[in-house]
Design a protein around this ligand. Structure first.
Ligand SMILES: *Cc1c(COP(=O)(O)O)cnc(C)c1O
Length: 363
């Protein structure tokens, strides 16, 4: 078996996965132990797959301390389909949903919700290129709102909520696609949490939805079955064929996290990793962080250099040095280092060394 060298993958998603998980997948790919066939071939109605699904759910419940009155669903269509499913299921006629417009993904969520019902943009930092999160006192919430929608981590702009906004009695819905399970999460303060797996939880193809039962009850019977939380909940995520491989791989990542010590343990590592990188960005002024200091994300670290030519050069030389995927999102430019749970700390150290050397030679 030839193991080719792995480079450091700073991509925003799909993103780096734990090597141990990849090796486990490789080892068991042709024949799952005790099953005798591949996870790629197994029937989703088999006892073997039911076990895989149940274990993935149980691991999520253990990791995030999910209360028993919440459903854990494994869906398809990415976080983007949740932009539609959330209002289709939760935003009844005559009601208004509040949206916090704190990033490019929030903006997309708002556009989809407006196709379904009445939306109030409770606050927006669009005019500041989403470089900061709206402050609590800026939120103009609707009394009796159907729900309040937030984005816990803004993958493109590099901002992240450190504490949840106060929304009174309104159900809080959070798009946690890029920081799910990077730190402890208080599920009880949310009514619905959704996240595409491919940033921090597994491969592309599965979307995790954690939803309180009283919200599931809002789904109207007239909804297309595939778009109904109630249908997926009643069928234990087996209404139709689920993305079996993605669920399996996600389950392995969850087990890896539990073995590491769970969310408090990974949060410590993530804090340390991000702190090293921000310290380098702030060291001399050669690099410039683009997110407001207090709102800086621990998952997506965004920064710029003095000129676009220098940024191009940085991308070129870093890629050549085995530091891949540092080019920022096409909508904002600059650089972005996505350093999710599975991103190794040595990779941060290598990037910091590279940045010092780049500054020395181009500064
Ligand atoms: C990536 C991302 C999305 C879109 O996810 P898809 O699974 O590609 O639909 C939505 N929200 C956030 C915060 C993201 O990071």
């Amino acid at each position: 078996m030839t193991i080719t060298r792995r480079i450091h993958n700073f991509a925003a998603g799909p993103a780096v996965l734990p090597v141990q998980v990849l090796e486990e997948i490789q080892r068991d790919l042709v024949s799952l132990p005790g099953v005798g066939m591949s996870i790629l071939e197994v029937s989703h109605r088999s006892a073997a797959f039911e076990k895989v699904l149940a274990e993935a759910e149980q691991s999520i419940r253990t990791l995030a301390d999910v209360p028993s009155n919440y459903k854990v669903l494994f869906l398809q269509g990415g976080a983007s389909l949740q932009f539609s499913m959330v209002p289709m299921n939760l935003l009844g006629a005559g009601a208004t949903a509040d949206y916090i417009d704190c990033g490019s993904w929030a903006d997309k969520a708002i556009k989809e919700a407006k196709k379904v019902g009445a939306v109030n943009v409770a606050a927006s930092t669009n005019g500041e290129n989403y470089s900061r999160l709206p402050r609590q006192e800026e939120l103009k919430l609707t009394p009796g709102a159907a729900y309040v929608h937030m984005t816990s981590n803004n993958t493109i702009e590099g901002t992240e909520y450190k504490t949840l906004p106060a929304v009174g009695d309104a159900p809080l819905v959070s798009d946690t696609s890029s920081d799910m399970f990077s730190k402890p999460i208080d599920v009880r303060r949310h009514a619905l949490i959704y996240a595409g797996a491919q940033k921090n939880m597994g491969p592309a193809g599965v979307t995790v939805v954690i939803v309180r039962e009283d919200l599931v009850a809002r789904s109207q019977k007239s909804l297309p079955a595939m778009l109904s939380y109630a249908v997926h909940a009643e069928n234990g995520s087996l209404y139709n064929t689920p993305p079996a491989f993605a669920v399996y791989a996600l389950g392995l990542v969850m087990t890896w996290l539990i073995r590491l010590g769970g969310l408090p343990a990974i949060a410590k590592v993530n804090e340390r990793k991000a702190a090293k990188l921000y310290a380098e960005i702030d060291r001399t002024g050669f690099y410039r962080g683009t997110a407001n200091n207090n709102d800086r994300s621990l998952m997506n670290v965004t920064f710029r250099l003095a000129t676009e030519d220098l940024e191009k050069q940085f991308v070129k030389e870093s890629t050549a040095a085995g530091l891949d995927g540092l080019k920022g999102h096409r909508s904002v430019g600059g650089m972005r280092a996505s350093i999710y749970n599975a991103f190794p700390e040595e990779g941060i150290d290598e990037l910091v060394s590279f940045m010092r050397e780049f500054e020395r030679t181009h500064g």
